[in-house]
Design a protein around this ligand. Structure first.
Ligand SMILES: [Zn+2]
Length: 504
């Protein structure tokens, strides 16, 4: 449990008062202060329970509900110490943060985070967990690890594996919920998928002589599946020019050239230059599960990316004043950094010159609706609950930006204020926005944070996979922090990428 994690009732109440106060202003002046309100209802990132965390019910009798909030249907009464896995959240409702949890005893539903105790959190580190070759022997290092039907915490639980269970890796890793998943075969529980975070390697399989499935053609975008040597020539005896991290991305320039039973590819990378790598540890990139359209009809909630690469995504929302957007673009251009802008149609139509710059300079832009209404009513009123109205907010902005620049924002959008629930996710999905981009670090610049506070949180506190939230507004110190933020993050070894790249 993070220290002081749940003693924040007064803080939340304070934010709610702030949100209510400003919402009256928002009725009269729909856009003024909209950027500042964006996160009025969110908690600090340190309090957020990460998706994939194992939690325990910390209340004598807690209701499992059909949706966030006390108005939703009660699905079950959960007993104290019931365990489950966090699938999604947090979603703000009734002044609390709600999480979707999966339990073996009561099924899946929503519960307030206040009554959940974190037993184990998925550790997002810069160190790759995965990269084990098929045939490797692994061991379960968690007291009770689920064997699942597919990668991801949303899939069916096939068995509970005991600590020390051994198995053989059949395939993987595949990334889901920020974890590297492996298909494993065990004598005791059969075959299924498990998170590599809770496995340790006992003995690694030797690289096989067979080429990887699927042809890797010239020009293909690939990524490494292990820490991998980049060599000066196509053989194990060639000089090692660089050591690539697990998940490093590269473009295939030539190959395969067979040597020592290994298919070698010449690859070009931004980080390590050009050299030769074993095709046994390369897979085609862009097949990440996080880039596929969900099949459940609900827009995917994204708080952070996979943690196997040293990447961080900066997102900057623009919804009210023109703010420091132009100066921020200058800083980004000077550093060669691409970010993801959350854009309202109202802001875009007031600042078309900057939209053109964003597109021309290679940034990602996501839809932040036209007029920044709350789709749930949690952070501002009135709630926009009509599916038709919600969709026209999204399509209006998309059409404006497309007609101006030819850029298509879908499927990425960011809900105003981060207000989200199942009905909003369904409407967004139906409108073509199946990627709902939230954030894992809020600079709090909108709330008066100083440059040093912003840097402590966003630059020194960032970890691989984080999505950082900034705003363009004049009143925020986000712009004043930007150059140092970039320098510190890069010095710490992070590549700064767009959200789309972060998920790939
Ligand atoms: Zn906003």
């Amino acid at each position: 449990m993070n220290s002081g994690g749940w003693s924040r009732g007064n803080v939340v109440a304070g934010w709610r008062r702030y949100a209510l106060m400003v919402s009256f202003v928002a009725v009269l002046l729909p856009l003024i202060g909209a950027a500042n309100l964006n996160t009025a209802n969110r908690v600090a990132a340190a309090d957020v329970i990460a998706i994939g965390s194992v939690i325990e019910i910390n209340d004598p009798q807690l209701y499992l509900r059909s949706a966030p909030g006390f108005d939703s249907t009660v699905l079950a009464h959960m007993e104290l110490k019931t365990r489950g896995t966090v699938l999604a959240g947090p979603v703000a409702a009734n002044g609390l943060d709600w999480y979707q949890i999966q339990t073996s005893r009561y099924g899946t539903g929503w519960a307030a985070g206040k009554y959940l105790k974190v037993i184990s959190a998925p550790v997002a580190t810069a160190t790759p967990t995965g990269g084990w070759a098929a045939g490797s022997t692994i061991e379960v290092i968690d007291p009770q690890l689920y064997l699942r039907s597919a990668p991801g915490f949303g899939s069916t639980v096939l068995a509970k594996m005991a600590l020390g269970t051994r198995g053989t890796v059949l395939s993987g890793p595949q990334y889901a919920n920020g974890h590297p998943w492996y298909q494993i075969r065990t004598n005791a529980y059969g075959t299924g998928w498990a998170s590599g975070t809770y496995l340790r390697l006992i003995s690694a399989a030797q690289p096989t002589a067979t080429p990887p499935p699927g042809t890797i053609g010239i020009g293909a975008s690939v990524q490494t599946t292990a820490v991998l040597n980049l060599r000066t020539g196509p053989s194990l005896t060639s000089t090692i020019a660089a050591v690539m991290v697990n998940g490093a991305r590269a473009t295939v320039v030539a190959g395969p050239t067979w040597a020592g039973g290994i298919p070698w590819y010449q690859v070009r990378t931004t980080a390590y230059g050009t050299g030769w790598a074993s095709g046994n540890y390369l897979v085609l990139a862009g097949t990440s599960a996080l880039l596929t359209k969900p099949t459940d009809g609900l827009s995917r909630l994204i708080y952070n990316g996979v943690s196997s690469r040293n990447e961080v995504a900066i997102t900057i929302d623009a919804g009210a004043d023109r703010g420091w957007a132009e100066e921020m673009l200058d800083v980004l251009a000077a550093n060669g950094v691409k970010v993801t802008w959350g854009m309202t149609g109202a802001w875009a139509s007031a600042n078309p010159d900057l939209i053109e710059r964003m597109v021309n300079e290679g940034h990602q832009i996501m839809n932040h609706t036209w007029s920044h209404p709350s789709f749930t009513g949690v952070s501002a009123s009135p709630a926009m609950t009509s599916s038709t109205a919600r969709k026209s907010e999204l399509t209006g902005t998309a059409d404006y930006v497309y007609n101006l620049t030819g850029y298509r924002m879908s499927p990425y959008w960011r809900p105003p204020y981060g207000d989200i629930n199942t009905s909003v996710r369904r409407d967004a999905y139906d409108a073509g926005y199946w990627q709902t981009v939230m954030w894992s670090i809020d600079s709090m610049g909108w709330n008066g944070a100083s440059v040093s506070q912003i840097l402590n949180k966003c630059a020194w506190g960032a970890k691989a996979g984080d999505i950082i939230l900034l705003h363009v507004g004049y009143s925020s110190k986000d712009y004043a922090s930007l150059q140092q933020m970039i320098t510190i993050l890069q010095n710490r070894g992070f590549a700064l990428v767009t959200v789309e790249e972060l998920l790939g």
